[in-house]
Ligand binder design. Structure first.
Ligand SMILES: *[C@@H]1O[C@H](CO)[C@@H](O)[C@H](O)[C@H]1NC(C)=O
Ligand SMILES: *[C@@H]1O[C@H](CO)[C@@H](O)[C@H](O)[C@H]1NC(C)=O
Ligand SMILES: *[C@@H]1O[C@H](CO)[C@@H](O)[C@H](O)[C@H]1NC(C)=O
Ligand SMILES: *[C@@H]1O[C@H](CO)[C@@H](O)[C@H](O)[C@H]1NC(C)=O
Ligand SMILES: *[C@@H]1O[C@H](CO)[C@@H](O)[C@H](O)[C@H]1NC(C)=O
Ligand SMILES: *[C@@H]1O[C@H](CO)[C@@H](O)[C@H](O)[C@H]1NC(C)=O
Ligand SMILES: *[C@@H]1O[C@H](CO)[C@@H](O)[C@H](O)[C@H]1NC(C)=O
Ligand SMILES: *[C@@H]1O[C@H](CO)[C@@H](O)[C@H](O)[C@H]1NC(C)=O
Ligand SMILES: *[C@@H]1O[C@H](CO)[C@@H](O)[C@H](O)[C@H]1NC(C)=O
Ligand SMILES: *[C@@H]1O[C@H](CO)[C@@H](O)[C@H](O)[C@H]1NC(C)=O
Ligand SMILES: *[C@@H]1O[C@H](CO)[C@@H](O)[C@H](O)[C@H]1NC(C)=O
Ligand SMILES: *[C@@H]1O[C@H](CO)[C@@H](O)[C@H](O)[C@H]1NC(C)=O
Length: 422
């Protein structure tokens, strides 16, 4: 009893240690949103997110001029600003229309382009790489979509914005549906409320890819998103996967995938795109709404950036020559799930940020369970030894030998439970 109780006394302390371990560096930024800076019309969408830190600024430029794109520019200055030459940006040769000034303060830049949505017949296989050419429906080219104005879809309090668009309505699949990119900026480290409950920092923003009400073109349609990345000055991206035995925040999902910059000597920067291998089939997702999400090989050779896109306005016309381009596909749905057909809703979330990607530590609950599970036997052993030593000094006391056996039996069964529960 005594030793077992001792184990549980540790719990609040371990909880505290655990929760602090999950909160790296309370770095804060002052975040502001600016819609179409220097432009009078809301016929096109360009959202400038300024995240000012102690000595630096991260600029995010989200736009649906062309394929939905985000630029991430990191500057070593609190007063760097975005300069957009609108006449040039909306012209056929936008190269140089988007600049961050002063140019000397820019330490690192990259872009992520959401280029295409594939739809394919998933009857035989939901594996995109195994689906053969005849199982693909015509691809949705996101650069050809019509995007609603951000007016009324921008919230400066919650730091969110929703880019919502519909495809060229050839087959009527968008009569009742849309594809949207919901953007959230963050001022500090915290964990999202809704699933997949990603851990974010002040150095990252979130994007939710949402398909709502888009009519599938077959009974067992699967969808996939193509993402293209641009890494400045010939830099490379690499794909990493981290697995954990802890799925407390994202039930049943044990894998986190991320695209990170390959470290270089001559670059001050490092960026990431990070996601859990889960999508969801409901607006307010619960565990049972989880849709399997698969990612495929990172393609780095001979990739081009789809046109038009604001990536060309920032990196220049020949951006493939001077910068590293990579592409990755992410598909949603497995053989046994027909989630999209039934619910007509799909959402997938990813973090985009500067620096190292946030790392999920063990959750406080798991640390506590582990500690109690492993710590209790140790405490019992120590406690037991002391009791034995003490009681040996009084070999003739009958009463003393009873409590010796009791804590062992009680504590033993108690410490076994959390072990089995993991
Ligand atoms: C904004 O647009 C209106 C009408 O489109 C125009 O009259 C006005 O001059 C514009 N203002 C600026 C600052 O461009
Ligand atoms: C900000 O930058 C200046 C000059 O580069 C440096 O002296 C200072 O220590 C930096 N401050 C912080 C908080 O990083
Ligand atoms: C914007 O770009 C156009 C076309 O390249 C150029 O003529 C004009 O001078 C630029 N405006 C500014 C303010 O730089
Ligand atoms: C593609 O699939 C169709 C029907 O499933 C099949 O008839 C065809 O042979 C396949 N083609 C290849 C190249 O595998
Ligand atoms: C997208 O639009 C371009 C030009 O408007 C056109 O060439 C291309 O075929 C379109 N793509 C799709 C998938 O409709
Ligand atoms: C922004 O979001 C907050 C919280 O959800 C809400 O109270 C507020 O009305 C929203 N503002 C706008 C402009 O939509
Ligand atoms: C459009 O969506 C609503 C609600 O999701 C549904 O009730 C309605 O039947 C749909 N209409 C068409 C034409 O698909
Ligand atoms: C965010 O970036 C700043 C500046 O590079 C860095 O000092 C800080 O540690 C980063 N914060 C996190 C949580 O990564
Ligand atoms: C989809 O399945 C239903 C019954 O399960 C069938 O009636 C319908 O014809 C199928 N539609 C297509 C496009 O295969
Ligand atoms: C999907 O593929 C299966 C098997 O390859 C085929 O029987 C079915 O007709 C296809 N469905 C559509 C809508 O093309
Ligand atoms: C990178 O830096 C290390 C030491 O700082 C140096 O040994 C190495 O040669 C450098 N590599 C390149 C490619 O510059
Ligand atoms: C990339 O392009 C080069 C030159 O055009 C060609 O030799 C190479 O095979 C291509 N690689 C891939 C993977 O297509």
């Amino acid at each position: 009893m005594l030793a077992g109780g001792g184990g549980w006394v540790w719990l609040p302390l371990l909880w505290l240690v655990g929760s602090r371990a999950g909160d790296p560096a309370g770095y804060k930024r002052k975040v502001s949103l600016e819609y179409n800076p220097g432009w009078n019309s809301s016929a096109v969408n360009l959202l400038h997110v300024r995240a000012v830190g102690l000595n630096d600024t991260i600029h995010y430029v989200w736009s649906t001029i062309g394929a939905p794109t985000v630029l991430l520019v990191y500057t070593r200055s609190q007063s760097s600003g975005l300069h957009v030459n609108w006449t040039q940006l909306l012209s056929p040769s936008p190269s140089g229309a988007i600049q961050v000034e002063p140019a000397g303060s820019v330490l690192y830049s990259m872009a992520v382009i959401f280029s295409k949505v594939f739809e394919y017949n998933g009857t035989k296989t939901s594996d995109l790489s195994k689906a053969n050419a005849s199982s693909f429906y015509p691809t949705y080219d996101l650069a050809n979509f019509t995007w609603d104005s951000l007016d009324g879809r921008l919230n400066e309090t919650t730091l969110t914005a929703t880019f919502q668009g519909v495809g060229p309505d050839s087959g009527g699949t968008f009569r009742n549906g849309s594809i949207s990119f919901q953007v959230t900026a963050y001022e500090e480290t915290s964990r999202d409320g809704p699933l997949p409950r990603l851990l974010h920092t002040a150095n990252s923003s979130k994007v939710d890819f949402v398909m709502r009400g888009v009519a599938p073109r077959g009974n067992r349609s699967r969808f996939a998103l193509e993402i293209v990345t641009v890494e400045e000055r010939g830099g490379q991206k690499q794909l990493e996967s981290t697995r954990s035995i802890d799925d407390e925040y994202t039930p049943t999902i044990f894998e986190m995938a991320q695209l990170v910059s390959v470290p270089r000597n001559d670059s001050a920067g490092f960026s990431f795109l990070q996601w859990k291998t889960a999508a969801y089939s409901a607006l307010q997702p619960k565990r049972e709404d989880t849709v399997h999400c698969e990612y495929y090989q990172l393609e780095t050779e001979n990739r081009t950036v789809p046109r038009p896109s604001i990536a060309h306005a920032y990196f220049g016309e020949e951006l493939e020559v001077h910068n590293g381009v990579a592409a990755i596909n992410i598909s949603f749905g497995s053989e046994d799930s027909e989630a999209y057909q039934e619910k007509s809703y799909l959402s997938w979330s990813a973090l985009i940020g500067f620096g190292k990607p946030p790392k999920d530590g063990f959750s406080p609950l798991v640390i506590a369970i582990l500690a109690v599970g492993l710590g209790t036997p140790v405490l019992l052993l120590v406690g037991g030894s002391i009791t034995v030593l003490v009681s040996r000094k009084k070999p003739y006391s009958e009463e003393q030998s009873f409590p010796l056996v009791e804590p062992f039996r009680d504590g033993g069964s108690c410490s076994c439970f959390p072990c089995c529960a993991i």
